[in-house]
Ligand binder design. Structure first.
Ligand code: UDH
Ligand code: MN
Length: 348
């Protein structure tokens, strides 16, 4: 009798294991099918399919295509020689865009570069960055937001403008905010927003490849569209050099998010040498209130005038006047308010 009872228990256990196994396999099948119709990020280097292009497989993070550590070529290059200089560059479409044709990219990426008077840096970056983005299998476009006015430079506002303007081109869900003079030294640094707010450049040559502060959030950052909207974008009030990146770090904290960084060996960048800009002496004053006016200054209060939108061979240029207000002039150091020198990037 006792033996019979044991057999029954054993049988019941076996049956439940079988049922659980069947459910698990079924679940996986469901997951696979349902992922064919959704747009979501599946974590680090996730394998995701976008809506609409369901017949193509999703692009994989392919280590065999990636190079790893990269040589940074800082030799100046004429734009007319760029296309023939490299196979990857020959694939770039006008406006500085590209997308894989045999698979669906995990993200649509807008690269936003704040710009004024740095033509040589731009050419070096474009030659280097296009191949990296293609090897990562991303659907992307490079936007250069050129501040063509006589106000002090406003890096943060140019990011907001790039975010807003890019929406007239495609439905981007990932934004990389990229200084023009930072050249990635490793193509395993994921430009496809694998996480929430991401500080992609923790190791910069100028700072001996060390993370000089745990709060650092300058250089190159990435945000999903959702997260960028959540923090109301960058503040618009910071004219001249400094503290707009610290303000953004606070915004991310205030909204309860975490900054993620790649490992230092991967998040490496060469900063092309340049003259240091003068710090805006009033920036600290602004930062002391940073976080408090997160919903009063940002994407929801953004004002600017577009002078021109143009598709050049390796980038899309948005030429703007940032429309500085009287109030903002009072928040900016006098030195910064002296007339700025303007020139335009090489146009082709
Ligand atoms: N930028 C321009 N033109 C300018 C100024 C800035 O295009 O006239 C853009 C460009 O994309 C640049 C970015 O804004 O890469 C950041 O400006 P930066 O390169 O001058 O600042 P950086 O982070 O400063 O390199 C490094 C530390 C210098 C300390 C100076 C304190 N006085
Ligand atoms: Mn710099």
């Amino acid at each position: 009798m006792i033996l019979k009872k044991h057999y029954k228990v054993l049988l019941a256990c076996l049956l439940s294991i079988l049922v659980l196994l069947a459910l698990k396999t079924g679940g996986n099948v469901y997951k696979r099918v349902s992922s064919m119709h959704s747009v979501s990020f599946n974590g680090e280097n996730g394998n995701v399919v976008r809506e609409g292009k369901t017949r193509l497989p999703c692009c994989k993070w392919d280590e065999s295509v990636l190079v790893g550590p990269l040589h940074v070529n800082q030799e100046p290059i004429a734009i007319e020689k760029m296309r023939s200089s490299d196979e990857w560059l020959s694939n770039v479409r006008r406006g500085g865009q590209w997308s894989p044709n045999d698979c669906n990219s995990k993200a649509k990426v807008a690269i936003i570069i704040p710009f004024r008077n740095r033509e040589k840096h731009l050419m070096v970056l474009l030659r280097h960055l296009h191949p990296v983005l293609q090897r990562q299998g991303l659907d992307y476009r490079i936007f250069v937001v050129n501040q063509n006015d006589t106000y002090p430079f406003n890096r943060a506002k140019l990011f907001n403008i790039g975010f807003k303007e890019s929406q007239g081109y495609d439905d981007y869900d990932c934004f990389v905010f990229h200084d023009v003079d930072l050249i990635p030294e490793d193509d395993r640094n994921d430009y496809g927003c694998p996480s929430g707010p991401r500080h992609m450049s923790p190791a910069v040559s100028k700072f001996s490849y060390e993370l000089i502060s745990p709060y650092l959030f300058g250089g190159v950052t990435s945000f999903t569209k959702q997260d960028y909207l959540k923090v109301n974008g960058y503040p618009n009030k910071y004219y001249g050099w400094g503290a707009e990146d610290d303000d953004m770090y606070r915004r991310v904290m205030v909204k309860g998010m975490k900054v993620v960084r790649p490992p230092l060996v991967v998040g490496r960048y060469t900063m092309i040498q340049h003259r240091d800009e003068e710090r805006n002496s009033k920036a600290k004053q602004l930062l002391s209130k940073g976080g408090k006016y997160i919903d009063k200054d940002g994407l929801n209060t953004l004002k600017y005038n577009v002078q021109k939108r143009e598709n050049y061979e390796f980038y899309t240029e948005i030429e703007v006047d940032v429309a500085m207000t009287k109030e903002e002039k009072q928040l900016t150091s006098l030195k910064d308010l002296q007339v700025q020198k303007i020139s335009n990037p090489a146009k082709r």
